[in-house]
Design a protein around this ligand. Structure first.
Ligand code: PLP
Length: 362
């Protein structure tokens, strides 16, 4: 069967080169070969995230670390900042972990604003908060620097940030942000196969985790730190992923991080332009649109064009491209197009040529 190229917001298309690295010969995870591999990528990961802290590798999807951070870092009460399907779900996960949790909910399409977070934290009830930098379901990018700046005012609150669909697509400087946990799954902007998460923690987070009773084993932050100091992971990792990550990081630095960010901005602008050309509005509040994917309004917001999204998807698929038909309660009233990973102006141009043809047939 012919491969349909992924332009959904995760997993995204994985290159032949990455798959080749993924299929490197197997090595032992306690041997020098693995230590050398992790030691080689550690400084690359630290440079990517602008941090002096060690960067950890978790063989799990992002939710493993999202849940793990809750188990390690919440003792009093967690504020779950919610603006879409993934961030909304974090409240449920906090509760399932047996934690006191409260929602800071805004309507889908809106970002999380620092003023709202500030007002909640001012109650003094919270010792942790979760926020999603780039809410993939709504295509909204929240102003993370402004939110992170609150850490100075509330130093005892653990700031847990999901950058699953933004990490590597936009700059995220961990030490400068001053937050406590920054995490991502690799099937989004890294353009690796699903199954690995990358994250880092502040010293304060590691100290807090060390005295937290019910942090479990698999996602114990202290175990990650202890093992990473020896260039190892707590349990047997997906070694294939680590090989693929190493190959990918070499590509990032060959391109140059700044060039990579510029490329994402350009390919994202192309997507917005395509939507505007066809009379669509974008779903996010103006000024808070994601730079790694585009959530197009198809009636979810007043005004703008609407089309038969399943039909558009079908025509796109017949032309070899998979686009997303909207997530959760905005399925069908939005659709989403990803420009994450390896996409260039040329490859996005091919997608839009196919979508133009599809639009003409609707
Ligand atoms: C995809 C996604 C997740 C969930 O990732 P899994 O790999 O399914 O665990 C969480 N947060 C955001 C913002 C995402 O885009």
């Amino acid at each position: 069967m012919a491969h349909v190229k992924l332009h959904i917001p995760g997993p995204v298309e994985v290159s032949e080169k990455t798959f080749k690295a993924f299929c490197s010969p197997m090595i032992g995870h306690r041997g020098q070969g693995f230590k050398d591999l992790y030691s080689k990528i550690q400084p690359q990961l630290q440079q990517l995230l602008s941090t002096k802290q060690l960067v950890f590798l978790s063989t799990s999807s992002a939710w493993g670390i999202m849940e793990g951070a809750i188990r390690n870092l919440v003792s009093k009460k967690v504020l779950n900042c919610m603006c879409g399907a993934f961030s909304d779900k974090w409240l449920d996960v906090s509760k399932r972990c047996g934690k006191n949790a409260e929602a800071l909910q805004v309507n889908w399409g809106l970002p999380i604003r620092a003023e709202l977070v500030d007002a909640k934290l001012a109650t003094g009830e919270f010792d942790a908060l979760t926020v999603i930098h780039n809410e993939t379901s709504t295509g909204v990018m929240s102003p993370i620097a402004e939110i992170a700046a609150l850490k100075k005012k509330y130093p005892d609150v653990m700031f847990i940030v999901d950058a699953v669909s933004s990490m590597t697509g936009v700059p995220l400087k961990f030490d400068e942000l001053g937050i406590d946990v920054l995490l991502a799954g690799t099937q989004k902007a890294f353009a690796l196969p699903p199954g690995l998460a990358v994250f880092t923690c502040s010293k304060a987070a590691l100290q807090k985790a060390a005295v937290s009773k019910d942090r479990g084993y698999y996602f114990d932050l202290v175990e990650f730190q202890k093992n990473a100091e020896q260039s190892m992971t707590p349990s047997t990792p997906s070694i294939a992923h680590v090989h693929a990550l190493s190959s990918k990081l070499d590509e990032f630095f060959a391109e140059g991080l700044e060039n990579r960010y510029v490329r994402h901005r350009k390919t994202n602008q192309m997507t917005r332009d395509w939507a505007a050309t066809h009379g669509f509005n974008l779903f996010p509040e103006k000024g808070f649109e994601s730079l790694t994917l585009t959530c197009v309004s198809n009636g979810a917001k007043p005004g703008g064009r609407t089309v038969d999204v399943p039909k558009l998807q079908k025509l796109a698929k017949d032309a070899g491209f998979l686009i997303d038909g909207g997530y959760g309660k905005i399925k069908g009233t939005t659709f989403r197009i990803s420009n994450m990973g390896d996409e260039t102006e040329t490859t996005m141009g091919q997608l839009f040529a196919a979508l133009d043809k599809a639009m003409a047939q609707l």
